[in-house]
Design a protein around this ligand. Structure first.
Ligand code: PMP
Length: 290
């Protein structure tokens, strides 16, 4: 049976799950989304994801036509309908159907859809060997253009960076902000281990305030590391003892080379391994049971 997609309160099989070509999510990238994961029948950090979705929508003055409680129910219903205990959930709220102009007032009601599917796991070799990444010329959006803290449907900034990385033979791009400070990767936040310090760029530099990022910071503190948000340059990245990325889909990914500079020993670091293990422990026990 094909997967069942939630659209505005009803379920449709994947082949029949459609939104209008007049939806401003499609015409203008006008909308917000979340990527959430469930582990063994628990939705991990569900409240945090829902709060971030509402914050993104608030800035865009986009009214989500349901309560947060109803959103929780809709997500759980979608998982259950698809018999998924370990899944990846994509929640999308678009501005809705309007005319060909960009005026959001022409869109009377937001469109909400939820896709729950099997998570495509990264190969275990990625966590064993680590990943090599490259910094790219496309800078992260300035916070006063489209603030990277808004998880909006407009991901062209990240896609341009991804294209640059792929063109150079790499899977992931390190993005700087317009001032040349390290921001984040196209779909993950970045961390540096330096001695006893665990450092990550502050949100005001122009990053998404990642939920896995918050977990890594919490775990770092519990491991006795000095966890701080700090302005970092590429020099700081090249000379770190360890570098890793965090994200809902990727979890914690060790980085072993950046712009051909070997990081630390050139192998996934000890602290990165400890943080990954603790994170996987968290995903087994925390979360909204369904
Ligand atoms: N940065 C960007 C640009 C992202 O799209 C994401 C989510 N894929 C992240 C960071 C990581 O955020 P989270 O840990 O909440 O998934």
């Amino acid at each position: 049976m094909s997967i069942q997609i939630f659209i505005d309160g009803k379920f449709f099989p994947k082949e029949k799950a459609m939104v209008s070509v007049f939806d401003h999510g499609l015409l203008y990238g006008d909308g917000v989304f979340e990527g959430i994961r469930s582990y063994n029948g628990r939705v991990f950090k569900l409240k945090e994801h829902i709060d971030r979705l509402w914050e993104s929508a608030h800035t865009l003055m986009l009214t989500i036509p349901m309560t947060k409680g109803e959103m929780v129910e809709a997500i759980v219903k979608t998982l259950k309908k698809n018999r998924l205990r370990d899944g990846y959930i994509r929640v999308v709220v678009t501005r809705g159907v309007g005319d060909l102009g960009l005026d959001p007032r022409k869109c009377p009601r937001a469109t909400v859809f939820i896709i729950a599917d099997k998570i495509k796991l990264y190969p275990e070799s990625l966590y064993q060997k680590g990943l090599e990444i490259i910094s790219v010329a496309t800078t992260r959006s300035h916070p006063e253009t489209v603030n990277p803290q808004i998880k909006s449907l407009n991901y062209l900034n990240n896609i341009l960076a991804k294209i640059e990385a792929v063109n150079s033979g790499y899977e992931e791009a390190l993005m700087l902000n317009a001032q040349g400070f390290v921001a984040e990767c196209t779909g993950e936040n970045v961390f540096v281990v330096r001695g006893n310090e665990l450092l990550t760029p502050p949100p005001y530099l122009g990053i998404l305030r990642g939920i896995t990022r918050a977990c890594a910071m919490e775990i770092g503190t519990s491991l006795g590391l000095d966890v701080r948000e700090e302005v970092l340059t590429r020099h700081d990245i090249y000379n770190a003892d360890e570098v890793f990325l965090t994200g809902t889909a990727a979890e914690i990914v060790p980085i072993v080379k950046v712009d051909n500079r070997v990081i630390g020993t050139g192998k996934p670091g000890r602290r990165t391994g400890e943080i990954l293990a603790a994170f996987r422990g968290m995903t087994r026990t925390d979360g909204h049971a369904f």
